[in-house]
Ligand binder design. Sequence first.
Ligand SMILES: NC(=O)c1ccc[n+]([C@@H]2O[C@H](COP(=O)([O-])OP(=O)(O)OC[C@H]3O[C@@H](n4cnc5c(N)ncnc54)[C@H](O)[C@@H]3O)[C@@H](O)[C@H]2O)c1
Ligand SMILES: O=C(O)[C@@H]1CCCCN1
Length: 315
Amino acid sequence: MAAPPVVIWEDEVAELLLYRELIPRLEEALGKFSRRDSAEVIQPVRTIIPLQKHNGFLGLMPTYMENDGVLSTKFVCFYKRGDDSNLPSTQATVVLLDPEYGNVKAVMNGEVITRMRTAAASAISAKLLMRPEAEVLAILGTGNQALSHYSVFTEIFSFKEVRVWSHTREGTERFCKCVSGPVRACVSVEEAVRGADAIVTVTRCTEPVLFGQWVKPGAHVAAVGACRPDWRELDDVLMKEAVVYVDSREGAMAESGDIILSGAEVLAEIGEVINGTKPAYREKTTVFKSLGMGVEDAVSAKLVFDQWNAKASKR
Ligand SMILES: NC(=O)c1ccc[n+]([C@@H]2O[C@H](COP(=O)([O-])OP(=O)(O)OC[C@H]3O[C@@H](n4cnc5c(N)ncnc54)[C@H](O)[C@@H]3O)[C@@H](O)[C@H]2O)c1
Ligand SMILES: O=C(O)[C@@H]1CCCCN1
């Protein structure tokens, strides 16, 4: 009989998951996803169930990576919160299964995984698409994703200046107190993004907050919020002027308001750039529209589980 599942909760996931191990595994997984070889990855566009009464959605994100022996699904609830709500925008759990027997091997907190794998995917897009001489990073939004993006972007790049903006002054002040490195609080989006080489949008906005007229030509934008077909973070000018990259074409055409409503053309998946089958236009203005993929959660959960087992065998 199979052993009962292990439960790995927030603090332990945070201790076991490190960007330096996660990033190369994510790069490999994004490349495999974009090859569309079902022996490597089966990952349908997530199923979404509206939670109308609570102004939210449940996303089911199953993934099977046959050659890696990874079978998982993430359950993620996300909400359209009011501007002043302190409730979290997302809550997630990842279940890891044994693909041969079908039993559950582990149930994990999915919050840390979601924060870290999303920030790591944005960092991978910046590694590929941002100009190497980039000096200024701007972060729009000051929530959980803003913090994880600050951590990984300052860990792997050497920005001379990091700017942050939130729609409330309290949010910006809280963020500035939370981070351990340099950061400049900005009072407007324009002040934060003018002249920035890299811009991360991690807001709960459902209307455009970043306008193309403020974006420096050649800048790289990692657009992470606005994950419904009628939600926006970026305006039409930026979407049409930029070269647009996505994590999944199918996901983007089903879920991204910025792409669907602007009519912008998608040049490539980030995995295609990793595979060398599509170009990286570093010198042009680029947008990486991230929606989040089950394959990112699957490799993260495998990494956490392997580390958990290695630690358990030493006890
Ligand atoms: N692409 C992905 O893979 C992925 C993964 C997780 C979360 N997300 C999305 O990223 C966004 C941020 O997630 P989070 O977990 O950091 O949320 P959060 O609730 O922790 O933070 C959201 C932030 O948005 C900002 N904000 C809220 N209302 C705003 C408004 N009206 N105008 C401007 N800014 C506003 C605030 O700074 C707030 O701190 C959400 O939209 C979430 O759905 C995307
Ligand atoms: O891939 C994810 O985990 C997120 C959750 C919130 C909405 C968008 N996608």
